[in-house]
Write a new protein. Structure first.
Length: 669
């Protein structure tokens, strides 16, 4: 989206209506929809009205995107071979300055806009740029001709200076509008290129209208790694200097991404000693690719770029990298007669892989204006072709390194398959052990995502729940009687409890230190008890169990309470459900005030509720209400409260009742 420097396009000429036939102006009447209601935004007003369409929003990320747009123009000049130096300076007044020693934006009047300089057109007309036909730039980060004009629109002050043909020119803007004509400042020696100094508009960015020196410093340094032919210089005023943003720095990396990767993994333990790095084609030309890949025990991840524009969401060029690496390692396995190579997937090979990938291509297609993801199908082929032979050669030239990588990847594959088999065995084992009258009725899907386990009280409630459930994603585990109060029981007594054993086996995730969220068989664990005192007691006992034995299950947001109704109220065709007695009184007073007999059914329990009503009110994902169980921030205070209310000391509960008796308002006596 960056604007560029040469051969700018222009808006198409507009056909004016004939003077003798003026278009009638319709009057706008409240509630009507006429021609007068159609608003036509001109110039850069659309950018100021809807900045999110152009830079993704008005937060700190969007603010720093302005810098990316300006420096991308200078990088395009460098990659095209016309600039060798780019300078970035952040002032304490909030102004950011970016300058280069490239060709400089043309300043003469544009042929399609008589009387207006090309410099003004570039900064005030959307889709005016020199990157549409690949004549001025074979590859570029700016494709839409809106970059610097958007920056101009969203800045309360922008001053651009152009040194071209030993003449210096200046033009100032405010909120997208020129503050006068272009100024000729006279002759200059040993200077050329474009300098842009701008200040983000607080009217647009509000509290976010302040650049982060550390973030700009990192962005500047990253650009230097992407093109070895340019030097980037950073500076900021003394008041902005921090540990992460020095006053001055210069970046020039002759080895490009290899230098970046070497510095990135300096403190990490390597799985494979050597980097797989290289390049294909001349940087800045269509089809050029550069890469650096290391296998370490660090977090890993792929950082990718297209025409020096970062693509944090990946895209088709990363797909080409994955395909080339996987195919290369599988081919190597065949050559070395390693049958385990057939087990490999891209995730096995690229786990803990740190990769940098930079690709150059003409007219790339991105997902969205901010270019976070590359969508050009051709990029997959370009990267795949560039890496394929190079990776084969790298593997063949270093058998020791290739053997280490192969063994490590096969180990990942075997571990993945072993874990999958263990989960299948665990699920089958739990289902077989609990497939008894009144025990676990599992769901049919194998994936954890979207699967739910309803814990209900008693066989009767379990029967209704089994009929009301969605068999694909909802499992039902009835518990006969009240579960043991684990806060007041010994470990031996808890281990001897069949109810607790059934529950632990059904969940499959282990308890306490052995808990594994990856092994949890359901995404949601839903406690569904009767809407009465006994039901509340059972729910409390279950929550106590999870808090003591599986606290990470609660922290992971997996535990919920269902809210079944206590009453069904009908009057004519109108039917509503009441959660409890106060809710029933409220509904009768507000919703059932008309004529006609009011029929009311009080559900004795979930087992007495018709399964259709249970599905509609409590189990259907479309109409139910769930309460998520969370632990308050003060964990120690929560533990003390649980121990006081559920522990072995009845006198502590008695004291609590006495302290809080005055707050009780609704007693059903």
């Amino acid at each position: 989206m960056s604007n560029a420097e040469d051969l700018f396009g222009a808006e198409p000429e507009r056909i004016k209506p004939e003077a003798s036939k003026p278009a009638p102006k319709a009057a706008s009447v409240p509630g009507s929809y006429t021609a007068a209601d159609i608003e036509v935004l001109e110039g850069l007003e659309p950018v100021r009205r809807r900045p999110g369409m152009y830079i993704g929003g008005t937060d700190a990320n969007a603010l720093h995107h302005l810098f990316a747009e300006v420096i991308d123009n200078s990088m395009d000049e460098a990659i095209a071979g016309h600039a060798t130096r780019i300078e970035v300076h952040l002032g304490e007044d909030g102004f950011l300055t970016v300058s280069d020693n490239g060709r400089g934006i043309p300043v003469e009047n544009h042929p399609k806009f008589p009387g207006r300089s090309t410099l003004e057109i570039v900064h005030t007309v959307l889709h005016a740029g020199g990157k549409f036909d690949s004549k001025a730039y074979e590859t570029s980060g700016g494709l839409h001709g809106v970059g610097v004009s958007v920056v101009n629109a969203l800045s309360d002050s922008l001053i651009v200076e152009v040194a071209r043909e030993q003449q210096l020119h200046r033009l100032a803007f405010s909120r997208g509008k020129p503050l006068g004509e272009i100024e000729a400042l006279g002759r200059v020696q040993n200077r050329r290129g474009t300098t842009t100094r701008f200040h983000p508009d607080p009217q647009i960015f509000g509290d976010h209208a302040h650049f982060s020196a550390a973030r700009l410093y990192r962005m500047t340094r990253a650009k230097a790694y992407l093109f070895a032919g340019v030097e980037l210089r950073w500076s900021c005023d003394a008041t902005l200097v921090t540990e992460d943003a020095p006053a001055k720095a210069a970046f020039h990396y002759p080895n490009g991404l290899k230098d970046f990767m070497t510095a990135r993994i300096e403190s990490e333990t390597r799985i494979v000693d050597e980097l797989f790095s290289g390049s294909h084609g001349k940087p800045g030309t269509h089809g050029a690719v550069e890469w650096a890949i290391a296998w370490t025990l660090g977090d890993g991840g792929v950082s990718s770029y297209c025409n020096t524009v970062p693509t944090p969401d990946g895209g088709t060029h990363e797909a080409g990298l994955r395909a080339a690496i996987l195919r290369g390692l599988k081919n190597y396995a065949e050559l070395t007669k390693n049958k385990n190579g057939a087990l490999l997937t891209a995730e096995d090979v690229l786990a803990h892989c740190s990769a940098m990938l930079s690709v150059f291509m003409r007219e790339p297609e991105f997902v969205g204006q901010t270019k976070d993801k590359l969508a050009s199908g051709e990029a997959t082929r370009i990267v795949d072709n560039a890496l394929r032979d190079a990776f084969d050669h790298w593997l063949g030239s270093s058998p020791n390194q290739a053997g280490k990588l192969m063994d490590w990847a096969v180990e990942r594959a075997e571990e993945r398959l072993r874990r999958r088999k263990e989960k299948e065995i665990d699920r089958a084992s739990a289902t077989r052990k609990l497939r008894l009258p009144g025990k676990l009725a599992d769901c049919s899907q194998g994936a954890k995502e979207g699967a739910e386990l309803f814990i209900v009280e008693g066989d009767s409630a379990g029967g209704s729940a089994k009929q009301a459930r969605d068999r694909k994603s909802q499992a039902v585990l009835p518990l006969r009687g009240k579960i043991l109060n684990v806060a007041g029981a010994s470990r031996e007594k808890m281990q001897a409890s069949q109810l607790i054993s059934d529950l632990i086996q059904a969940l499959g995730c282990g308890t306490r230190d052995r808990y594994s969220d990856d092994d949890l068989r359901y995404d949601k664990i839903i406690i569904m008890t009767d809407a009465d005192v006994d039901g509340a007691h059972i729910a409390t006992l279950l929550i106590t169990f999870f808090f003591q034995e599986m606290p990470k299950l609660i922290d992971g947001g997996h535990l919920y309470l269902a809210l079944p109704p206590l009453f069904r109220i009908t009057q004519g065709a109108k039917t509503l459900y009441a959660r409890d007695e106060p809710h029933k009184v409220e509904l009768l007073a507000t919703e059932f005030t008309g004529k006609g007999k009011v029929d009311m059914t009080r559900f004795k329990g979930l087992g007495e509720m018709p399964f259709a009503h249970l599905r509609e009110t409590t189990m259907s994902k479309k109409s139910r209400t769930l309460l998520q169980v969370k632990v308050r921030d003060d964990l120690e205070a929560t533990r003390i409260s649980v121990d006081r209310l559920m522990g072995t000391k009845p006198e502590a509960r008695f004291d609590f009742i006495q302290e809080n008796a005055a707050f009780v308002t609704d007693l059903d006596v």
